[in-house]
Write a protein that binds this ligand. Structure first.
Ligand code: DX5
Ligand code: ZN
Length: 236
């Protein structure tokens, strides 16, 4: 499948009582990245994974750890992830008073930098830092409410991805767009054609209960290819 797109299984949506088994199943499906959510219970009323869990996971797999910090004390969690050793660290601009400092802290440790935006946060917050970021993560649901089945993807998800894709292209950057939250088998085609590069795969795609993980991955890849073809046709 096209290398532009990364499927990043959201490990908080796996079987948390059998994490090692879940990780092996994901590896056997040929996936190389794990999306790991750290929520402090205060940024959002949720706390799916702990720091020690990630430390233990690090010992059992070489997969790329794509860590998404949702906290009110980003510096603490950034330092902890740098100590453990992960491939990408993404933090929220809404709870960061020292954005530039955090970006430099992460880059200094040869780790990819991501900045995350809640659904309603405007792209203008990226004005001065976009060139320093490897990835921009767009939350398409209100973070930390993933387990609340009533939580739906925001209506402006595709438009926001499109707007960010145009902004990146206008600056001649190769920043990747990560989408997180109800990235479902039905919305993937639209999101990819709008410019999404990294798909956080959770309860509405890879871990959808009515299919095996391998079957869900196949359906995802079909939607991804349709999205890429749509994007190619649109760009001519
Ligand atoms: C924030 C988390 C979730 C999770 C994916 O709550 O970032 O978005 O990874 O959840 P789904 O894909 O099931 O909405
Ligand atoms: Zn996430």
């Amino acid at each position: 499948m096209q290398e532009r797109i990364t499927i990043a299984p959201s490990i908080m949506c796996a079987d948390l009582c059998n994490l090692e088994k879940s990780v092996k199943e994901i590896e056997n499906a040929g996936l190389d990245t794990l999306h790991i959510d750290i929520i402090d219970g205060s940024f959002s009323p949720s706390m799916p994974l702990g720091i020690s869990t990630i430390e233990q996971l690090r010992k059992i797999t070489d997969m790329n750890f794509d860590v998404h910090i949702m906290s009110n004390d980003n510096e603490f969690f950034i330092q902890e992830m740098l100590r453990i050793g992960v491939e990408q660290i993404t933090f929220h601009l809404e709870t960061s008073s020292h954005i530039d400092r955090y970006i430099n802290l992460i880059k200094k440790h040869d780790t990819k930098v991501g900045v995350a935006l809640n659904p309603a946060t405007p792209l203008s917050v990226l004005d001065y830092v976009l060139p320093q970021c490897d990835t921009v993560l767009l939350m398409l649901i209100n973070p930390g409410f993933a387990t609340d089945k009533g939580e739906k993807q925001v209506s402006y998800a595709t438009k926001k991805v499109n707007d960010l894709s145009k902004l990146i292209k206008s600056k001649g950057l190769d920043t990747r767009i990560e989408v997180d939250g109800r990235v479902s088998l039905d919305t993937i085609e639209e999101l990819v054609s709008a410019g999404a590069d990294i798909l956080v795969a959770g309860s509405t795609s890879l871990f959808k209960s009515n299919n095996s993980l391998a079957d869900n991955k196949e359906i995802m890849e079909e939607s991804i290819l349709k999205g890429l073809n749509k994007e190619a046709a649109f760009n001519g």
